[in-house]
Write a protein that binds this ligand. Structure first.
Ligand code: GTP
Ligand code: MG
Length: 170
């Protein structure tokens, strides 16, 4: 009951961490090895059905991670109900960049629910960011945290279900 609720979600993070790949896995359950680097931002819709019969409709903005688009990001995260701040578990630099986005969001958009997402967890043998460090940081900052693989489809839907639960609980 209560009908469908609609929320704006933004993906932020360094170029190449897999933001577009996560969205492609989410909305089409597809994977392409040679995903093109995003220009500006892309828009997607996704309906998330919860067990109790509630539907949450997401308006998803997949932003471009390249440096030249950095100043545009605030247009996309402004008024976002939720943000996925994505890093690549094989790149310490991408984790530092994720922390930058977390600071930016907590300063300029304090109501936005943030999930820190460590993507490419299929590349365990190349890991540079420990799960525990990222978990500890997330707890300190009050963020949701998980690791995903867009390539293997690990935990991609789950992220959006957890956000939906948090959004509909408030
Ligand atoms: P920008 O649009 O430039 O900001 O990059 P992005 O964050 O959207 O990254 P994108 O989805 O384009 O992925 C970059 C590269 O990482 C691509 O070659 C993907 O195939 C690869 N990739 C994405 N997700 C995964 C993953 O979960 N595992 C592995 N092994 N590779 C991935
Ligand atoms: Mg992209």
């Amino acid at each position: 009951s209560g009908g469908a609720k609609k929320y704006k979600v933004v993906l932020l993070g360094e170029s190449g961490v897999g933001k577009s790949s996560l969205v492609l896995r989410l909305v089409k359950d597809e994977w392409i090895e040679s995903q093109h680097s995003t220009v500006g931002a892309s828009f997607f819709r996704y309906a998330c059905h919860l067990e109790e019969g509630t539907t949450v409709n997401y308006d998803i903005w997949d932003t471009a991670g390249q440096e030249r688009y950095k100043s545009l990001a605030s247009m996309y995260y402004r008024s976002a109900a939720a943000a996925l701040v994505v890093y690549d578990i094989t790149s310490a630099d991408s984790f530092e960049r994720a922390k930058y986005w977390v600071r930016e969001l907590t300063t300029n958009s304090p109501e936005t629910i943030i999930t820190l997402v460590g993507n490419k967890c299929d590349l365990e043998h190349q890991r540079k960011v420990s799960f525990d460090d990222a978990k500890r940081y997330s707890q300190e900052m009050g963020l949701l945290h998980c690791e995903s693989s867009a390539k293997e489809g690990t935990r991609v839907q789950t992220i959006f279900v957890e956000i939906a639960r948090k959004l509909t609980a408030t």
